[in-house]
Ligand binder design. Structure first.
Ligand SMILES: *Cc1c(COP(=O)(O)O)cnc(C)c1O
Length: 375
């Protein structure tokens, strides 16, 4: 077994794994399970600082993005797609698939969204039903300031769909203050449960937009409206994956019981970046460094595959390359959720020191030493 230090799926703590093995009930007929589901949803809303309803959907994180798009998009709707990364651009496909007209607002992939420039753009262009934005765009490690972006869009009556799958609980986020209409998260990133569940928060404005549709939502499984009366009727639209939800609940309890979680992500991310800079390696981004993943440029003397293989085979640690436009160019270390401990990072950076030595990449300082000095 490798030590998993990828930007999702992450390590899964023992109490989460054990919770998944609890005895099962019939989640359709046992009303106490409806209460358990609702209570888990309410805890997630509280952690995200929102009065909006949270739903837990059976499906990996992508389901949330698709559910948001299919539930809001009607044929001909104009949608502003904020694009400074792979997931950012990817939203356009979901909008197109359901008959919408995405308008890409494409920016530099090495810098965080320039909110002032966006504000200027919106003065002239604001005829959109909703906008999509990625909080943490994981393939490059990009963090966007949704706390400023979403209220700006809302001023023009534009609803917002935010992909926070890899940032949720690892970056500060106050959903109501940020006026986010649909926020998407997943079980396998900072939450640190296995892949398989999507978390979404849905605002009243988003619900009203769904209710005001002229055409039905062309999906059942990804339709956010089908959960509307589940609690009142004690009846889920489909049988809930009970063991996944038991595991998720343990993971949510872990988050609730860890008041240092956000600050620890920030400390680890900062010290990791300082180590790379001191070692003379290049951080891929110029701005917008997230606290959940560090992304560095593959040094010219070697390749991403050589680094990944040496880390796995000689140190037993799995880190990640990237994909799409970043394929082969960068390496990603996921310090999110259960991965984000000082011990895990020391082991990972020590492994990288050794890996670079073996691959003939000279470093100006030891990653491990600089990290230890700065943490
Ligand atoms: C992980 C992730 C998702 C979910 O998709 P995967 O299939 O797990 O890659 C969605 N958005 C972002 C930003 C993610 O990091």
């Amino acid at each position: 077994m490798y030590k998993i230090m990828t930007p999702g799926p992450t390590q899964v703590m023992e109490n989460v794994r054990l919770a998944r093995s609890l005895e099962c009930t019939n989640p359709d007929l046992d009303e106490s399970f409806v209460e358990f589901y609702k209570e888990t949803c309410d805890k997630i809303s509280a952690l995200l600082d929102t009065k909006n309803e949270t739903l837990i959907l059976s499906g990996e994180g992508i389901l949330g993005l698709e559910a948001a798009c299919v539930s809001l998009t009607e044929p001909g709707d104009k949608v502003l797609v904020l694009d400074n990364g792979v997931f950012g651009r990817g939203f356009a496909d979901f909008v197109t698939m359901y008959g919408g007209e995405p308008e890409l607002y494409t920016m530099d992939y090495r810098n965080t969204i320039d909110v002032d420039a966006l504000a200027e753009f919106l003065k002239e262009h604001h005829d959109y039903k909703f906008a999509t934005v990625v909080h943490g765009d994981t393939p490059s490690g990009m963090l966007n300031d949704v706390s400023r972006i979403c209220p700006l869009l809302k001023q023009y009556g534009i609803l917002t769909v935010v992909d926070s799958v890899s940032a949720m609980f690892g970056e500060e986020l106050h959903v109501d203050a940020a006026q986010i209409d649909i926020l998407c998260g997943g079980s396998q990133k900072v939450v640190s449960a296995p892949p398989g569940l999507t978390l979404v928060t849905v605002s009243q404005d988003a619900k009203e937009a769904m209710a005001a549709r002229k055409t039905p939502i062309p999906s059942f499984y990804a339709n956010l409206q089908i959960f509307d009366d589940y609690y009142e009727h004690k009846w889920f639209p489909y049988t809930m994956p009970i063991s996944d939800i038991y595991g998720l609940r343990a993971a949510v309890d872990n988050i609730e019981n860890d008041p240092d979680l956000l600050a620890r992500h920030a400390r680890i991310a900062r010290a990791t970046r300082e180590a790379f800079v001191a070692a003379g390696l290049e951080l891929y981004l110029e701005s917008g460094h997230s606290n959940t993943v560090t992304v560095f440029t593959v040094p010219e003397q070697t390749s991403d595959l050589a680094i990944l293989r040496t880390m796995r085979e000689d140190y037993g640690i799995m880190i990640a390359g990237s994909f799409d436009v970043f394929a082969g160019k960068v390496i990603r270390i996921g310090h999110m959720g259960a991965n984000a401990t000082v011990e895990n990072m020391i082991e990972t950076l020590a492994g990288l020191d050794g890996t670079f030595a073996k691959l003939g990449v000279p470093l100006q300082a030891s990653l491990e030493d600089v990290f230890k000095e700065n943490i």
